[in-house]
Design a binder for this molecule. Structure first.
Ligand code: MN
Length: 188
C-alpha cells in the first residue's frame, strides 16, 4: 500500500514533485500556525499580575520620615524599567527627610493635599491629580499638609542601584515656615 511505502526510506523520494510541493507547503503552513500560537501563548504568559495585598504595607522608617507614613511597594526596578514604584501615604504633618534622587523621581498625587519643597525654600501645595518631576540631585522633601493626609505614587529612577540620598529631617520649625509660605503663595 502506498501510505505504508511512505515509511520506507527508499520510497520517500517516490512522491511526485507536485506532491512534494503540496507537502512542503502544508508543513510550512502548519509551522506558521504553530509559531503564531506559540507567540500568542508567550505574550499572554508574559503578563505579570500582582494583586492588591500580594506585598504587605510597610511602616515608613523614622530614619527617613517624620510622623506617620505608610509605604506600599508596587514594583522594583528591573531589566525592563529603571524606576521603582511605591505608593506613599503621609498622615497630616508627616513628611520625608531632606533628600535627593541621583536619577530623579516622578510623583503623582493620588489623594489629599500635600507639599513638595526644595532647599531654596520654595514649597508648593499639591493635590490629587497633580504631577511633580523632581530632577536629579535636587535636594527636596515631600509630605502632607498639617491638617490633611496625602498619598502619592512615587516613581523613582535608579542609577547604579541607588534611588535616593538621604539627609536630615525637615524640622518642625522648617515645616511650619514652609507650610505658612506655601499657603500664603496660594492667596496671591
Ligand atoms: Mn523625593
Amino acid at each position: 500500500m502506498r501510505f505504508l511505502a511512505c515509511e520506507s526510506r527508499s520510497s520517500q523520494f517516490a512522491f511526485s514533485p507536485w506532491r512534494q510541493s503540496i507537502m512542503f507547503k502544508t508543513t510550512v503552513l502548519l509551522a506558521g500556525f504553530a509559531a503564531l500560537f506559540a507567540a500568542q501563548g508567550a505574550l499572554a504568559a508574559g503578563h505579570v499580575i500582582q494583586h492588591a495585598g500580594d506585598k504587605p504595607s510597610v511602616v515608613g522608617s523614622s530614619k527617613i520620615f517624620t510622623g506617620k507614613v505608610r509605604q506600599d511597594p508596587i514594583a522594583s526596578a528591573d531589566q525592563y524599567s529603571h524606576n521603582g514604584i511605591t505608593v506613599v501615604t503621609f498622615e497630616p504633618g508627616a513628611r520625608t527627610f531632606w533628600h535627593s534622587h541621583p536619577a530623579g523621581q516622578r510623583l503623582l498625587i493620588v489623594s489629599g493635599k500635600g507639599f513638595v519643597g526644595t532647599a531654596d525654600g520654595v514649597t508648593h501645595v499639591v493635590r490629587a491629580g497633580d504631577y511633580v518631576w523632581c530632577p536629579p540631585e535636587i535636594e527636596h522633601w515631600h509630605g502632607a499638609t498639617p491638617d490633611t493626609a496625602m498619598s502619592h505614587i512615587a516613581m523613582t529612577n535608579n542609577k547604579d542601584g541607588k534611588t535616593a540620598v538621604w539627609g536630615k529631617a525637615v524640622s518642625d520649625k522648617e515645616y511650619a515656615e514652609f507650610s505658612a509660605k506655601a499657603f500664603d503663595a496660594l492667596k496671591k
